[in-house]
Design a protein around this ligand. Structure first.
Ligand code: AMP
Ligand code: GLY
Length: 423
């Protein structure tokens, strides 16, 4: 079966890598893909209509959408109108990520535990609410803001500044509506689940590292590393997630007539008082996917087709026991203005020990060398018999890779290591 993968980051590289292990996979096309992906045919990124036309004329049996933007643009609706098989939620369902106010209303309506919040369309009312509630408090731009629209404010002043920033137009239309919500204290986990309208099946748990610096310091990023499983998700926590988040999500989609055939990502805060959902994403997490898919023993083509065809109940997902760790190597300057162009060396040596290097921000130069092009450059991913072993393998691979100004956190999966150490 020919497959089209939409997107070109580390997440999509990991998806392609896993799809290629399936005997069902024929030619894999990627739009736009990235130069680190092997044995794929890259095509330019296009509008939903252009990609649907490509799929129709190239016998694509399955299209898999990685990022949220095409989903929010209605790529799934366009493909289905033309009778083409695609994995992902419709435009209406993608609002669960595209609008935080929509997601909040959905959670409240269907009893999914989440931080208390209010929605505002003018700065003065938002500020008055902040003054009433006090800090710490969280300010969120309603729309897609490339991960930058969330201000976790430790003081009232920071929150007020955050509100003014949103309404100043810094996030464009995404900031015209603002949510102010209760600060939840706890440990976060990334919960991914396949859903097809009648069945919902969780994937292995994982945890992301959002801050740039070791010890979770400095500004937020797209994610500096991930590992799976997340020890904070104990059996008791899984039970709560299944009952209070996943089952209610499925029921909510059914009641609201949202056609959700894809992967739902719930950012879950595990607090002393129970769990709370911080956000929904309507796609795989990046870099969580790199770690999670490395642990999947089942055939991913079969699973994605089953989701798209509403036959998820017919597949069983099998997971390897070995943990996986993904360390993101970033460009100098990230998450601010980055330095591009440095030549990357040591990629083959890094993979010699069994690690897999997923590309996210590289290009090939005229001499065929990989050079730095994006903020998050590589996701170096390894499995091990223990978390410590996986960490050691991932960092051994990281240390084989060099370029001028390369940066990574040195404490990925540190939480899991400390927890095990303490146990
Ligand atoms: P989001 O884009 O909604 O995931 O928010 C980005 C990050 O901000 C999350 O990963 C959390 O670390 C933090 N965050 C978001 N909402 C809250 C909240 N209500 N309480 C505490 N931290 C939050
Ligand atoms: N790693 C966070 C996200 O994919 O949104």
């Amino acid at each position: 079966m020919n497959i089209l993968v939409v997107g070109g980051g580390g997440r999509e590289h990991a998806i392609v890598w896993k799809l290629q292990q399936s005997p069902l996979a024929g030619i894999i096309f990627t739009a736009p893909g990235n130069p680190g992906m092997r044995n794929v045919t890259r095509i330019p990124m296009g509008s939903p209509a252009e990609l649907a036309e490509f799929a129709a004329t190239n016998q694509i049996g399955l299209t898999m959408v990685g990022p949220e933007a095409p989903l929010c643009d209605g790529i799934v609706d366009e493909f289905r109108r033309r009778g083409l098989r695609i994995f992902g939620p419709t435009q209406a369902a993608a609002q669960l990520e595209g609008s935080k106010a929509f997601a909040k209303r959905f959670m409240v309506a269907h009893g999914i535990p989440t931080a208390a919040s209010e929605t505002f369309t003018d700065a003065e009312s938002a500020i008055a609410y902040i003054r009433k509630m006090g800090a710490p408090i969280v300010v969120k731009a309603d729309g897609l803001a490339a991960g930058k629209g969330v201000i976790v404010a430790m003081t009232e002043q920071e929150a007020v500044d955050g509100v003014r920033l949103c309404f100043s137009g810094a996030f464009g239309a995404a900031g015209a509506t603002v949510l102010v919500e209760e600060f939840l204290q706890g440990e976060e986990a990334s919960i991914l689940a396949f859903a097809d309208g009648t069945t919902i099946v969780p994937l292995a748990s994982s945890q992301d590292h959002k801050r740039i610096g070791d010890g979770d310091t400095g500004p937020n990023t797209g994610g500096m590393g991930a590992y799976s499983p997340a020890p904070v998700v104990t059996d008791a926590v899984w039970k709560q997630i299944q009952e209070q988040v996943l089952d209610r999500f499925l029921e909510g989609c059914r009641k609201e007539g949202l056609d959700y055939r894809g992967v739902i990502y719930a950012g879950v805060m595990v607090t002393e008082k129970g769990i709370g959902v911080l956000e929904f994403n309507v796609r795989f997490g990046d870099p969580e996917t790199q770690a999670v898919l490395m642990r999947l023993d089942s055939d991913l083509v079969e699973a994605l087709v089953a989701v798209a065809d509403k036959k998820l109940s017919s597949v069983e997902l099998k997971w390897g026991a070995d943990p996986a760790v993904c360390v993101v190597m970033a460009a100098k300057g990230y998450p601010g203005t980055i330095e591009k162009g440095a030549v990357i060396s040591g990629l083959d040596a890094a993979e010699a020990g069994g690690a897999v290097v997923f590309h996210a921000g590289t290009v090939l130069d005229a001499q065929g060398r990989f050079t730095v092009q994006g903020g998050r450059v590589l996701g170096v991913t390894a499995r091990g018999t223990t978390v410590a072993d996986a960490v050691a393998r991932a960092y051994r691979a990281v240390d084989a890779i060099r370029w001028d100004g390369a940066y990574c956190r040195r404490d990925i999966a540190g939480r899991a290591l400390n927890r095990r150490g303490a146990a």
